[in-house]
Design a protein around this ligand. Structure first.
Ligand SMILES: NC(=O)c1ccc[n+]([C@@H]2O[C@H](COP(=O)([O-])OP(=O)(O)OC[C@H]3O[C@@H](n4cnc5c(N)ncnc54)[C@H](O)[C@@H]3O)[C@@H](O)[C@H]2O)c1
Length: 334
């Protein structure tokens, strides 16, 4: 069986590719584990060195805003697709056409390529809690309607609806996973409006001062990269019956304020590091983040076996461990 990962050079995509290579199999079609023969990684960015030399990996550097990117890659051998590539929230707010072309048309083209070229593959679509917004209850439940207040969130909702309809028609077996904000992201801040949630931990740990663009009482719903990868693979492996006609799930995460993040950082890494953080609100970021819900009761996700992290402290410690392991290996950061 072949597996196709879009956005495989990105933060989560690289980790999903690494996890799939480590496992070597994915369980599909309720027949038990199937060996991964070829892992097709599609991204406009260059592939990560960490897996580019693996003979099972075929890297395709291509822009999926273009009409012909996916069709030539899709064959009946492709049994699982992870659709993780996307333009991020801040980019989509600033460039409406980019979001339309990459997130909306790119997703539609991928679904069409699955429909015409593959044989009912399982498709995991990385959606987001940015699908919720506006006037929301204090706690988001599985029944809360999707009322996104950003172009990015709207594109995620449309992607979910399309995935459901393609599943209903039997063109594929889709699974939509609404991810919380995934922290701690290594590297430099990106244009995701949620970038501060990682930067507030990462930058002080790397010896830098950090000016946080949202106030300390800003609450967020978060998940670690380790749990996000586990969830995406679990979503692919659950039998179709576990999804029913509702092909979406909101993942369990933990709710944390920026103040609690800073306190946990202080606790794990000490005062000198936590004192590198200052607050200076940025209206553009505040407006986007303000509409995002932070408290959830993800009963469906829990009942389907998805898991949150135990604590924010654990997430910070995992980041420190991963970073020090990678710098001691001299390996490229994934
Ligand atoms: N990281 C989070 O906190 C978070 C939260 C909710 C949902 N998500 C979703 O999860 C998925 C993965 O997120 P991530 O944090 O790894 O994002 P990322 O930005 O690190 O990775 C996305 C990848 O998509 C690629 N890409 C973007 N435009 C492309 C194009 N036109 N053609 C081909 N490739 C293109 C990028 O090069 C990048 O490698 C995304 O769909 C994102 O919307 C992420």
């Amino acid at each position: 069986m072949d597996v196709l990962v879009t956005g495989g050079s990105g933060f989560i995509g690289k980790r999903v590719v690494a996890k799939l290579l480590e496992r070597g199999t994915v369980t599909t079609h309720d027949n038990g584990p199937a060996d991964i023969d070829t892992l097709i990684v599609v991204d406009v960015a260059p592939p990560a060195d960490a897996f580019a030399g693996d003979p099972r990996v075929r890297c395709v550097q291509a822009d999926f805003a273009l009409p012909d990117t996916f069709a030539p890659l899709m064959t009946p051998k492709v049994g699982v697709v992870f659709h993780l590539g996307a333009a991020v929230s801040g980019e989509c707010e600033q460039d409406f056409d980019l979001g339309l072309q990459v997130n909306l048309m790119g997703t539609l083209r991928l679904l069409e390529a699955c429909r015409h070229g593959a044989d009912q593959p399982r498709l995991v679509f990385a959606s987001s809690v940015a699908a919720y917004g506006g006037e929301l209850p204090d706690v988001i439940s599985d029944d809360t309607p999707l009322t996104p207040q950003t172009s990015y969130g709207t594109q995620k909702c449309i992607g979910e609806l399309l995935t459901k309809d393609y599943s209903r028609k039997g063109f594929l077996d889709g699974r939509c996973v609404r991810l919380p904000t995934v922290i701690v992201r290594p590297g430099r801040p990106n244009q995701a409006a949620s970038s501060f949630a990682s930067a507030v931990i990462r930058e002080p740990l790397q010896g830098e001062q950090y000016t946080c663009p949202v106030p300390p009482d800003t609450a967020m719903y978060v998940l670690s990269p380790r749990r996000a990868v586990e969830a995406l693979v679990h979503a692919a492996e659950l039998p179709a019956a576990a999804w029913g006609t509702n092909r979406s799930v909101c993942l369990p995460g933990i709710t944390v304020t920026v103040r609690e993040l800073v306190d946990a950082l202080r606790n794990v890494a000490g005062d000198a590091i936590a004192d590198r953080i200052r607050f200076q609100p940025d209206r553009f970021i505040e407006q986007i983040v303000h509409g995002w819900p932070a408290r959830f009761a993800p009963k469906r996700g829990l009942s389907m076996g998805f898991q949150a992290d135990d604590s924010i402290r654990e997430i910070i410690q995992a980041f420190i461990e991963d970073e020090s392991q990678e710098s001691s290996n001299g390996a490229q950061r994934i």
